[in-house]
Ligand binder design. Structure first.
Ligand SMILES: C[C@H](O)[C@H](O)[C@H]1CNC2=NC(N)=NC(=O)C2=N1
Length: 107
């Protein structure tokens, strides 16, 4: 049995790390329902709605904890009743397995 994405470990990336190919992206994207692919650079994004600002802020705080634990860091948007997360790997100039691991952990 293969390890589920959320249980895999993020690997440290250095400049020059290869970004995922379109075929690899499609393979990983199928494992993170709700996340959408965007481009330039390749990235995955998701937006959540909440009933107030405090709930959105608490969600963002949980995402920040997951990011620190993984040593992989998303761009985060926050406002009244919503939060958005965008993931890509700076070192690769696009998407890396690490982005999908963190997306799977965030949910
Ligand atoms: C050494 C450490 O793994 C790197 O600096 C990490 C930190 N967090 C990161 N986060 C993201 N999104 N992309 C990176 O390339 C990245 N690099």
């Amino acid at each position: 049995m293969t390890t589920s994405l959320a249980d895999r470990a993020c690997t440290a990336c250095r400049a020059g790390t290869a970004k995922l190919s379109p075929g690899e992206i499609a393979h990983y994207l199928a494992q993170v329902p709700g996340w959408q692919l965007s481009h330039d650079p390749d990235r995955i994004e998701r937006r959540w709605k909440f009933g107030n600002f405090a709930e959105a802020f608490a969600f963002v705080s949980r995402v920040a904890d997951l990011a620190e634990a993984a040593d992989h860091h998303p761009d985060i948007g926050l406002g009244w009743g919503y939060a958005s997360v965008s993931l890509h790997t700076h070192a690769a100039g696009g998407l890396h397995e690490n982005d999908f691991i963190l997306a799977a952990r965030i949910g």
